[in-house]
Design a protein. Structure first.
Length: 345
């Protein structure tokens, strides 16, 4: 059994408290935090302005999480990099680095697998293993910057897993990420995507962290949405939209909706009209994504249908755009690399 504490998962306050129990002064926490999160050392011995005794004490009390890249795929068309990481316990997750005009954005996983069961999603097919620790979410940023030499300017929690199903660790990750002695990233540059765990949306609103909430909607009708996303049976659309309005009124942040367009499933004129009715009067943005093909399902769509649907929505006065397709040559649909790796095992 590992009795050492995972130091990268501690908030600065938690580290300060631990160090004070070890008889260390509070300023040491800031010093160590900067070594960990800014200089990003890979061992305590590298913390050269600490005494040897303290470095040894740290070694005896803490572990430093490291995730290992096992496959790195680089797109030849648009600079997208997709990395399959092995976690310390042998599970696998995926991270995708995307390049946009405004800078590089990193899509991180929050769980090894997913329990939510969305029909079109590859992450769910390989099954749920466990929640990620804050250190494992953070390490996707640190290791990807290390591996690629690129600087990430925004983060989307849209990789494998349902972030609100790992609420406490995700919130801790966000606190560490935005700590001035840490990576110091403003949470204005972070988006969290959820399939719609309504209770947790209220909890998140209360924390008012300043991040963008992104809702995976995919249909304006309960019957169809429940078919595509089983979570809708527990949290139907009316309740979800109520939580979205609450999130906006508490945080003042416009809600973003994801809409994976699927031929013959959710792409009719009635769908567009109903969608328009749902978001009317609420500051929002709808992101249309032609569904990514996965081999277990026959769902299809293409860019031209997405553009047509988007035009219809815009004509109805809805703020909508088609998401740029990135990494088409490296099959960037989330969860596919992990599933291949698990199948090998
Ligand atoms: N669990 C969270 C975040 C991870 S999924 C959520 O559901 O939002 C990130 C986004 O990718 C979600 O909008 C999800 O619905 C979408 N997605 C999953 N599989 C997809 C596919 N095959 N094609 C298009 N979008 C997909």
């Amino acid at each position: 059994m590992n009795l050492l504490t995972d130091i990268l998962s501690l908030t600065k306050d938690e580290l300060t408290e631990r160090l004070s129990k070890m008889g260390e002064k509070p300023f040491r926490a800031g010093q160590i935090y900067r070594w960990l999160h800014q200089k990003r050392v890979t061992g305590f011995e590298e913390m050269s302005d600490l005494s040897l005794t303290l470095r040894e004490k740290l070694e005896n009390e803490f572990t430093l999480c490291r995730i290992e890249p096992v496959r790195i795929l680089k797109s030849q068309v648009d600079g997208t990099v997709k990395i399959l990481y092995r976690l310390p316990d042998g599970n696998h997750i995926e991270t995708v680095l995307m390049s946009y005009e405004h800078g590089d954005s990193l899509c991180v996983s929050t769980q090894a697998g997913c329990k939510m069961g969305c029909r079109f999603c590859a992450s769910t097919i390989a099954g749920f293993k466990r929640n990620l620790e804050p250190s494992e979410i953070l390490s996707q940023l640190y290791e990807t910057e290390r591996q690629t030499g690129r600087k990430v300017s925004s983060i989307v929690l849209m990789g494998i897993g349902e972030p609100l199903d790992n609420f406490d660790n995700v919130v801790k990750f966000l606190r560490i990420l935005s700590s001035p002695d840490g990576a110091n990233m403003s949470l204005r540059h972070v988006s969290l995507s959820t399939c719609g765990l309504v209770d947790r949306i209220y909890d998140l609103a209360e924390l008012n962290l300043g991040l963008t909430l992104s809702i995976s909607l995919h249909s304006p009708y309960d019957e169809k949405r429940s078919e595509l996303m089983p979570v809708n049976r527990r949290y139907p659309i009316t309740e979800l939209m109520r939580a979205c309005r609450d999130y906006f009124s508490v945080t003042g942040r416009r809600i973003s909706f994801e809409y994976a367009l699927i031929d013959g499933e959710n792409d009719s004129l009635e769908d567009a009209r109903a969608l328009c009715g749902l978001v009317s009067g609420m500051p929002s943005h709808i992101n249309i994504i032609p569904v990514n093909k996965i081999k277990e399902r026959s769902y299809r769509s293409d860019r031209s249908s997405a553009q047509r649907f988007c035009k219809t929505l815009c004509g109805l006065g809805v703020n909508a755009t088609v998401r740029r397709t990135l990494g088409a040559d490296i099959n960037a649909a989330c969860g596919q690399l992990r599933r291949e790796e698990e199948q090998k095992a």
